[in-house]
Design a protein around this ligand. Structure first.
Ligand code: SF4
Ligand code: SF4
Ligand code: SF4
Length: 202
């Protein structure tokens, strides 16, 4: 491939499907976009984006992707949806912790279920499930759409996933911050008690 034109990480990220699956070997779509822009990473690493994503990236970056289209056609991934066999679920919550877009609902020791409209099909919930009760189902959301509608639908979908991914990360960061603050408060209290005891002794 030729060298990249000057483009921004946001422009590249806008093309990526936001499945957040990590199949590109990066920790989500944005890090892959950063690697493309900053380190000339190959454009062929996103199976959910498939040939259509590859062509869009090639156009944006001014690269000839023709030699890679056949390879991408072989490894492109269809649209998938997770389905939990609820009768087998033991309510361990491991899938919720793994889902990058908060597409699973349920609570400890109760059955869990996937919110189909929010599931990116990333498959990250499958491996952690200790009883193997999550199936991935292939489906065709664009089957009856023309090209223009398919494009619009895909764009709306990826923007939605990106926002949910950001919201989740923000929530997790906030939780971590609160836990750290709580820990510091307890530690400060313990230190104060220790100091008071020492003073009383002396
Ligand atoms: S959809 Fe998956 S493979 Fe494609 S860029 Fe995002 S994380 Fe990487
Ligand atoms: S439910 Fe599973 S497949 Fe769907 S987005 Fe969450 S982790 Fe990915
Ligand atoms: S990981 Fe499996 S068993 Fe555990 S809550 Fe999720 S679906 Fe149920």
């Amino acid at each position: 491939m030729n060298s990249n034109k000057t483009v921004t990480i946001e422009e590249v990220d806008a093309i990526l499907p936001q499945t957040q699956c990590g199949l590109c070997s990066y920790d989500g779509c944005k890090p892959y976009a950063e690697a493309i822009v900053n380190h000339h990473e190959a454009l062929t690493l996103c199976p959910p984006g498939g040939t259509s994503g590859l062509k869009k990236l090639g156009t944006l970056l001014g690269q000839d992707i023709t030699p890679f289209v056949d390879l991408m056609a072989l490894k492109q991934k269809p649209t998938m949806l997770a389905f939990i066999r609820e009768q087998d679920c033991i309510g361990c919550m491991k899938c919720i912790q793994a889902c990058p877009v908060d597409a699973i609902i349920g609570s400890g020791k109760f059955m869990h279920t996937v919110i189909a409209s929010e599931c990116t099909g990333c498959e990250l919930c499958v491996a952690p499930c200790p009883v193997d009760c999550i199936d991935m189902i292939e489906y065709e959301p664009f089957a009856n759409m023309n090209e223009e509608d398919t494009e619009a639908y895909q764009l709306a979908r990826s923007n939605h996933y990106r926002q949910r991914y950001r919201d989740r990360n923000k929530r997790l960061a906030e939780q971590t911050k609160q836990q750290q603050e709580k820990y510091s408060q307890v530690k400060n209290k313990q230190e104060a008690i220790k100091a008071a005891l020492l003073r009383a002794k002396s």
